[in-house]
Each structure stands twice: as structure tokens, then as C-alpha cells.
Design a binder for this molecule. Structure first.
Ligand code: PMP
Length: 441
């Protein structure tokens, strides 16, 4: 079935053909027309256990048999409670409570609202501004879109996006830092925040929001060594909350349970997670709430309604039971460590197999764990145009789906399931390199 001929769906692209995905097994997706596609980006950093996991399927069926849905204004449920405790335990005490939601965008919206409410509860209603970063992405609903700064996605909606969101820093993108030491580069970025806080008035700022590892917009760009700790310290001085959006980079993908644990180990006040949390078996996202915010909410509510933002399907029993099975498997099978190991295998394979033309023209590899990016640098300039779109399409034709980053960079994100073996990692990387060579030829 294609988008333009038989489909009843208004697809993202009206030009592209979308084969129907009809089955899946491990790292592969089968299409209705008989193809087998390597899920080389876990969809978009979602399917971390791959497809057809029998334990997860059993957890879904068992919960469906017991009870599918009970509204959260009347009930909690065992899987929702147990999953919350499980995630917090794995976070080593960084968070005190969890808010369940359905999508990453909903989690971001809720984190923004929790931050706003926190300041109102503390008697600082003048804190109405949020500071995000250029070239970031936090989701597609209006608040999340306003928080992010992905020009391609925002432009048409700009007149209806809230002016309370401001953006600083061209991001901790290593190419920007050429000629500067890492420390000088960080100095610049942190002073941009400081200048923005002063421009707005520090007591008008509610929170900063950022992705510790930038995902879809730039392709696995890591915060530099002291960036998160220095920013957190600056925010603390001004009473501003930190929100880390780990919807894409979190839940083990970079080789630690949370990405910030690899990047200075300073937890945020609020964190969003999604995608890998439920691994695509059910939609589920969350806001993880740190102690400072939690204590303020608990101290304030005194029996009254604490958080004013309910969603009908939050804490859905089947979604929580499913994600609980996913998270237990990840912990039991040491899959976070596997991300680290297989990430290195992937990196080494690409480093030794990509043609020299790639590196000679500013091509680079970056990322951590199984969150890796191939950036074509200036190679597109000598090849008559950006390469990412063509290479990702060619890879798909050869049997591997990999994720094209936004046009801000000419780059492809490779973020396969955590369950990858060495053989599968080399197979995926081999298909990618072959696609690249065929496009260059
Ligand atoms: N935040 C980040 C960092 C994301 O990458 C995404 C999705 N790519 C979102 C939020 C939004 O998640 P969703 O598409 O599930 O709403």
C-alpha cells in the first residue's frame, strides 16, 4: 500500500511509498509484501527490545484479561505503582514520584506545567518564562513545539506558539566549538544562559528545558563534560528549575539508565521519558519528579488536588504492565551494558568500513551506546547535495531502516534495539556502508 494511491491515512509525506508493516521478530520487521527490514533505528529510538517479545506479549494479555482500564481519578493499579517504584529504584534516589502519560509530547507539556505550578505554590507567580535551546526538539503539541526549536517543524505554527518560550545557545554541537577548548566552549554556552536570564529577569524564569543528548534535530550530540552540572548550578542560584528531556536518549540507550548519568551525573528537577520506556509495545511516557518539586507539591496540597493536569489514559494498566515487563527484562538481561558494548562494535565497524572520502570531507561519527550518528559533513557539497535522504532511502531499499535527522544537519541516526548481537550489529552497519557506497558510486 502506498500513501498516494490506496492509503486512507494522511501520511507525513505525500510523495513517499509506505510499505505496510505486518509482523516482526527480534530486530526485524516484516512487510505485507514479503520483505524483511532491519529495524536499525528502533523506529525512532523506541523498540529497544525489538519485536515479538513473548514475555511482554504475555504481560499485556494477562493484564488485559484482569483489567484493561480504570480511570485515574478513581483508582491506581498494581502495575502503575510497581513500575513507578521500579523506575525510581533504578534511578538511585534521584526522583520521588512519577506522573504517567501517553506520549513524549504529553510528558513535556506536563513537566512544563508542573514547573509553573511549583513556582505558583511557592508564591512566585511571576515566573512565567521558559528557556530552551536552539536546534532542540521536545514534541509536536503546541507547548512542546514552542519549547523546542526545530525550525522546520515550528515555522507554520509560529503565530500560535506561546511567547513565553525563549531559546539560547546554538547547542553544544562540537563543530561549533572549532578552535575553542571544551572549557572555553562551555564558558560561552553557559554565559549565553546567564545573559538570557538577566535579559528576561531571573525571577521571571520558571525552568530551562534541554535534551542532554540532542536526538532527532542534530543526531546524538552530547552535552560537554561539565555543561549540565554548570547549568544546573546556575539555575539553582536563580531558583530556576531544570527539565531534562530524555524521551529519546533515555532509559538505557546511551549505556546508562539515564543519559545525564553519563554526562556529569547531576539529576534534573524534572525529567521526561517515553519511547524506550514501553519499547513500543504500548504507548507510555512519564515525568519523573525530583524531591524539591515533590516536597513543594506535597506540602502545598493538604488534601486538595495536587497536579491540575489529568489525562484520560494516564497510567493505563496494560501500558504499565507491558512497560514493567520491558523494564524488568532490560535489567535482568543486562541490556543497558549491552548498548554500551554494541555501540562500540558499531562505531569500530563504521570507522574501519566507511570509505576514506567520508572522513576526508568532514564526515564524522558521534554518539554514545546505541545512539550513534553518521554525519556527512561537507561531503554533500562535493556530491551535488545533501546525502542523508538518499542514503537512508537506499539503506531501506537494501533492507535496513535508519533515521534521517532534521535538515539542520546532513546526518543519519543509527539507534537499533538494545538486544543487538555482534553479528546483527555488523549486519546493520554493513548494510548502511553498502548503501552509502552505492549512493557515492
Ligand atoms: N522529546 C524528544 C527529545 C523527542 O525526541 C520526542 C520525539 N521524537 C518527543 C519529545 C516527543 O515524543 P512523542 O513523539 O512521543 O510525542
Amino acid at each position: 500500500m502506498s500513501a498516494n494511491t490506496n492509503s486512507a491515512i494522511l501520511h507525513r509525506s505525500l510523495e513517499k511509498e509506505y510499505p505496510a508493516a505486518s509482523g516482526g521478530d527480534g530486530v526485524y520487521i516484516r512487510t505485507a509484501d514479503g520483505r524483511r527490514i532491519f529495524d536499525g533505528s528502533s523506529g525512532a529510538a523506541v523498540s529497544c527490545l525489538g519485536h515479538g517479545n513473548k514475555e511482554v506479549i504475555e504481560a499485556i494479555c494477562s493484564q488485559a484479561r484482569a483489567l484493561a482500564f480504570a480511570h485515574s481519578s478513581f483508582f491506581t493499579s498494581d502495575p502503575a505503582e510497581e513500575l513507578a517504584r521500579f523506575v525510581m529504584k533504578r534511578s538511585n534516589g534521584a526522583f520521588s514520584k512519577v506522573v504517567w502519560l501517553g506520549s513524549g509530547s504529553e510528558a513535556v507539556e506536563s513537566a512544563l506545567k508542573i514547573a509553573r505550578q511549583y513556582h505558583v505554590f511557592r508564591g512566585e507567580p511571576e515566573r512565567v518564562n521558559f528557556v530552551g535551546r536552539l536546534h532542540s526538539y521536545h514534541g509536536n503539541t503546541l507547548g512542546a513545539l514552542a519549547a523546542g526549536n526545530n525550525p522546520g517543524r515550528r515555522k507554520i505554527y509560529e503565530p500560535i506558539l506561546s511567547p513565553a518560550f525563549h531559546h539560547v545557545g546554538r547547542c553544544f554541537y562540537d563543530a561549533d566549538g572549532k578552535g575553542l577548548s571544551e572549557e572555553e566552549y562551555e564558558d560561552q554556552r553557559i554565559s549565553e544562559y546567564e545573559a538570557e536570564f538577566l535579559r528576561l529577569g531571573p525571577r521571571t524564569v520558571a525552568a530551562v528545558i534541554l535534551e542532554p543528548v540532542v536526538g532527532a534535530t542534530l543526531g546524538s550530540v552530547l552535552a560537554t563534560k561539565n555543561y549540565l552540572s554548570r547549568l544546573s548550578e546556575l539555575c539553582r542560584r536563580h531558583g530556576i528549575l531544570t527539565i531534562f528531556d530524555e524521551v529519546m536518549c533515555g532509559m538505557g540507550r546511551v549505556g546508562t539508565y539515564h543519559a545525564w548519568q553519563s554526562l556529569g551525573n547531576v539529576p534534573p528537577d524534572l525529567q521526561t521519558v517515553g519511547k524506550g520506556l514501553g519499547a513500543g509495545y504500548q504507548p507510555l511516557s512519564a515525568v519523573l519528579v525530583g524531591k524539591t518539586v515533590c516536597d513543594t507539591f506535597l506540602g502545598h496540597s493538604k488534601g486538595a488536588q495536587a497536579f491540575l493536569s489529568g489525562h484520560t489514559f494516564q497510567g493505563h494498566s496494560i501500558a504499565c504492565a507491558s512497560a514493567l515487563a520491558v523494564q524488568k527484562i532490560i535489567a535482568r538481561d543486562g541490556l543497558v551494558a549491552n548498548c554500551q558494548k554494541m555501540g562500540e562494535v558499531l562505531h569500530t565497524f563504521l570507522t574501519t568500513s566507511l570509505p576514506s572520502k567520508f572522513f576526508e570531507n568532514g564526515g564524522s561519527l558521534r554518539g554514545l551506546g546505541l545512539f550513534r550518528t553518521v554525519d556527512f559533513g561537507t561531503l554533500g557539497d562535493v556530491c551535488g547535495g545533501p546525502l542523508g535522504k538518499e542514503v537512508s532511502q537506499k539503506a531501506f531499499d537494501l533492507g535496513a531502516a535508519v533515521y534521517l535527522c532534521s535538515p539542520t544537519v546532513d546526518a543519519i541516526l543509527i539507534c537499533p534495539p538494545y538486544i543487538m548481537t555482534k553479528v546483527e550489529t555488523k549486519e546493520l552497519a554493513g548494510t548502511f556502508v553498502e548503501a552509502f557506497k552505492q549512493v557515492l558510486a
